[in-house]
Ligand binder design. Structure first.
Ligand code: MN
Length: 309
């Protein structure tokens, strides 16, 4: 997914809200269009720009993909983050400057690590027709790896664990004793929950803050209703999260230890300083070898420089 993450969403200076102990905040996402396709941007949000290392969340669709219209995002750059793509319905073809070409389908995880720089495209034209529904999220990389090499991983098999009325698929990290093999540079997790209806108890580490987003159906958490297009932020200090599903529901639970470094996000870059972002954007606009080439039929995406230049 391509941002843009604008000052409207994230601000243009590094800052972050303190994690709220036992806190609960529910907010509505902002409608946006990415690659010709409707999304709801749930994160970042002022002042809460990160949940653990998770720093971006777009709920994509659901919406139709036809030969004339779909989600087609030409080659664009990333630094300092991992992209997580997870589908509920449909298919998307991922290509990147590492030479990867991978069709992603529901139940599979695409995890791209940008490090110092990578470029990718996401295509549906000529690939898929029908309903497209999914999420794309970004994870900020820590100082130890964010200047490192890029990597692409596709995980077609992920662990599942049943607890009461909930079946969980562990995309990243650990949940209820099950552990994903996905690369993880910080202490965080991402879990898809299939709830059959009624109450469910979600066991969580007390050191994590969490966000819960509904993909299908409706939940109640902490007395507040949660439907697609809204995000519930849950602060650190919980050992479990109690949810009540109105009926069958599908939700995504992301969490992690509050990210210790303030991140600065602009467009498709996650950095710490304006200078890093200016340098990355100069390299992308000049097509230097830093971001490489993507073998995509779509035109590469560029944008004017940051507003502070
Ligand atoms: Mn992207």
């Amino acid at each position: 997914m391509s941002g843009p993450v604008s000052a409207q969403d994230a601000g243009d200076r590094p800052a972050g809200a303190d994690p709220a102990v036992d806190g609960l905040e529910v907010w509505a996402g902002r409608k946006a269009e990415v690659g010709g396709f409707g999304v709801t941007r749930l994160l970042p949000r002022r002042p809460r720009r990160t949940v653990g290392a998770w720093c971006f969340a777009d709920h994509m669709g659901p919406g139709p993909v036809s030969p004339g219209a779909g989600m087609d995002i030409g080659p664009h750059p990333h630094i300092g983050l991992q992209t997580v793509t997870w589908l509920v319905h449909g298919a998307v073809l991922h290509r990147d400057s590492l030479g990867s070409e991978q069709l992603i389908r529901p139940g599979e995880l695409n995890l791209m690590t940008a490090g110092h720089g990578v470029a990718h495209s996401e295509e549906t034209a000529g690939i898929y027709q029908g309903e497209l529904h999914g999420v794309q999220l970004w994870i900020a990389q820590p100082a130890a790896t964010r200047e490192g090499a890029a990597q692409f991983d596709h995980l077609a098999e992920l662990p599942r664990v049943e607890t009461g009325s909930c079946t969980a698929t562990v995309l990243i990290g650990e949940y209820a004793g099950a552990r994903s093999p996905a690369r993880r540079d910080t202490d965080h997790s991402g879990v898809e929950l299939h709830l059959s209806g009624g109450p469910a108890v979600l066991p969580v580490p007390p050191g994590y803050e969490h966000a819960l987003m509904v993909l299908d159906g409706a939940l109640t958490v902490g007395g507040q209703g949660l439907v697609p297009g809204r995000l519930a932020y849950l602060g650190v200090g919980r050992q479990e999260i109690l949810v009540e599903a109105d009926g069958p529901a599908r939700a995504l639970l992301i969490g992690g230890v509050p990210f210790p470094e303030p991140v600065l996000m602009w467009w498709n870059y996650v950095a710490r300083t304006r200078e890093e972002i200016v340098a990355a954007h100069r390299d992308w606009s000049a097509a230097t070898p830093r971001f490489g080439e993507v073998a995509s039929p779509l035109p590469r995406i560029d944008t004017p420089g940051p507003p502070w230049t």
